[in-house]
Design a protein around this ligand. Structure first.
Ligand SMILES: *Cc1c(COP(=O)(O)O)cnc(C)c1O
Length: 415
C-alpha cells in the first residue's frame, strides 16, 4: 500500500490500525470473517472503474468485453456451488437483495411473514423501522418460549391466518438449523412464496455443513461476506421461472450499475468455497461452535436452545448478573469481540439487552480448533466472572494478542 501511504497518510494509518485490531483480537462477531488475499486483490482491482448497467450481453454502455465474462463466471460458479437454476450477483449487499425480492413480487401494503427481529430475524424481514415493515404489512413469528426453537406450528397458524404473499425463512441470530421443507409445506398450504435468507449460514451450506434451502425455496438471498468468506456483496438465487422478475427488480428496479470489483471478488470466493479445504472449514466452524458451547455451559452459562449446530451461539447472561452491553464492552477490552444481542422474550431494552451473540466463522478462518476454542471459552468465563477487574482484563488482552500471533488470518500481514 505504498501509494496509499504517500497519497493519504491518515487513511493509510487507520487501515493499518484496523489490520492490527483484526490481528490482535479474537473476532467472534457472527457476521464477520477474514477473506483471502485473492479476494482482497480482486476487490481492490481496476474493475471498480467500469460502469455496467444491465446484464451480460444486454448492457447500456459499451466496453463490456471483459466485465461480461467476469459476471458470467461469478454466476456460473454460484450456480454450481449451490445447485441453483438462476443467480443474480448484482445486489450491493444483503439488505438491497431482500428489498429487490419484495420489489419483484409485492405491491405496497402486501403481507409478509418473517422471524421477529428480537427473536433473531433481520431488519429487512419486516421490522417496523425498516422499509420492509413500513411499506408492507409485516407479520412476524417468534421462537418457542420453552425451547428457544422455531415453532413451525405457530408459523403455520400465523401464515394461515394472515395469508402472506411471502414467507421468510432465515435469521441473524438463531443457533440451530432450519427445516426448509417444513417452511415449504407451510408456504404451499397458504399459497405463499418461500424466500430463504441464508446470509449468515451460506458458507455452511456451500461447505455441506448446513441443509441447503435452494431446492425448497422459490427464492434464496444471501450476503457473500459472512460465513461464505467473500467480499461485501450479495446475491439472489431462484428458480428459472422467477429469473426475469428478479433480474428486473435488481436492475433497473432498485439499483444502477453493479460493483464489478465485488462481482470479481465473489467469483474468486465461490471458487475457493468449492474446494475440499472449504468443506473442511465449514465443518470446523460448526465443530468450533459446539466446543465453545460445551465450554461455556460447563461454566454455568445459559445458551438459548442449549447449544448450537451452526456457526453461532446466543448467550443469555441473566444468570451471570451482567447485561449484554457491558459484557460485550468488557470482552472487547479483553480482546474478545462480540455483539450484545436480544434473547427471545428479552425483558430488557433492545439497546441494553440480556445477551451476547458469538460466532465462530472468523476464528476458524485463522485456524482455531478444539484446543483454541476451549481457551476462548475460559477467557470469556474469566472476563464475565470479574468484569470490574481491570488488571485481569488488561492481562487477558495481552495474553490474547500473543496467542493470536500463532494464528495469522488470511489476507493479513503481521503488524
Ligand atoms: C446480514 C444480514 C442481511 C443484510 O446484509 P447487509 O449486507 O448488512 O445489508 C440480511 N439478512 C440477514 C439474515 C442477515 O443476517
Amino acid at each position: 500500500m505504498e501509494q496509499l501511504r504517500s497519497t493519504d497518510r491518515e487513511i493509510y494509518e487507520l487501515i493499518k490500525l484496523e489490520e492490527k485490531r483484526q490481528f490482535d483480537k479474537i473476532r467472534l462477531i457472527a457476521s464477520e470473517n477474514y477473506v483471502s488475499s485473492a479476494v482482497l486483490q480482486a476487490t481492490g482491482s481496476v474493475l471498480t472503474n467500469k460502469y455496467s448497467e444491465g446484464y451480460a450481453g444486454k448492457r447500456y454502455y459499451e466496453g463490456q468485453q471483459v466485465i461480461d465474462q467476469v459476471e458470467r463466471l461469478a454466476i456460473e460458479r454460484a450456480k454450481d456451488l449451490f445447485g441453483a437454476e438462476h443467480v443474480n450477483v448484482q445486489p450491493y449487499s444483503g439488505s438491497p437483495a431482500n428489498v429487490a425480492v419484495y420489489f419483484a413480487f409485492l405491491n405496497p401494503g402486501d403481507t409478509i411473514l418473517g422471524m421477529a427481529l428480537p427473536h433473531g430475524g433481520h431488519l429487512t424481514h419486516g421490522a417496523k423501522v425498516s422499509i420492509s415493515g413500513k411499506y408492507f404489512n409485516a407479520h412476524s413469528y417468534s421462537l418457542s418460549r420453552e425451547t428457544g426453537l422455531i415453532d413451525y406450528e405457530e408459523i403455520r397458524a400465523k401464515a394461515l391466518a394472515c395469508r402472506p404473499k411471502i414467507i421468510i425463512a432465515g435469521h441473524s441470530a438463531y443457533p440451530r438449523i432450519i427445516d426448509f421443507e417444513r417452511f415449504r409445506a407451510i408456504a404451499d398450504e397458504c399459497g405463499a412464496l418461500l424466500m430463504a435468507d441464508m446470509a449468515h449460514f451460506a458458507g455452511l451450506v456451500a461447505g455441506g455443513a448446513h441443509p441447503s434451502p435452494v431446492d425448497s425455496a422459490d427464492v434464496v438471498t444471501t450476503t457473500t461476506h459472512k460465513s461464505l468468506r467473500g467480499p461485501r456483496g450479495a446475491m439472489i438465487l431462484c428458480k428459472e421461472r422467477y429469473a426475469a422478475a428478479i433480474d428486473k427488480a435488481v436492475f433497473p428496479g432498485i439499483q444502477g450499475g453493479p460493483h464489478n470489483n465485488s462481482t470479481a471478488a465473489m467469483a474468486v470466493a465461490f471458487k475457493e468455497a468449492a474446494t475440499d479445504e472449504f468443506k473442511h472449514y465449514a465443518s470446523q466452524v460448526v465443530e468450533n461452535s459446539r466446543i465453545l458451547a460445551e465450554t461455556l455451559i460447563g461454566h454455568g452459562f445459559t445458551l438459548i436452545t442449549g447449544g448450537s449446530d451452526n456457526h453461532l451461539l446466543l448467550v443469555d447472561l441473566t444468570s451471570k448478573d451482567i447485561g449484554g452491553k457491558p459484557a460485550a464492552q468488557t470482552l472487547d477490552r479483553a480482546g474478545i469481540v462480540v455483539n450484545y444481542n436480544a434473547v427471545p422474550f428479552d425483558p430488557r431494552k433492545p439497546t441494553d439487552p440480556s445477551g451476547i451473540r458469538i460466532g465462530t466463522a472468523a476464528v476458524t478462518s485463522r485456524g482455531f480448533q478444539e484446543k483454541e476454542m476451549r481457551q476462548v471459552g475460559e477467557w470469556i468465563n474469566a472476563v464475565i466472572s470479574e468484569p470490574q477487574n481491570d488488571h485481569l482484563i488488561s492481562e487477558i488482552a495481552e495474553d490474547i494478542a500473543v496467542f493470536c500471533r500463532d494464528f495469522p488470518p488470511p489476507g493479513l500481514t503481521l503488524p
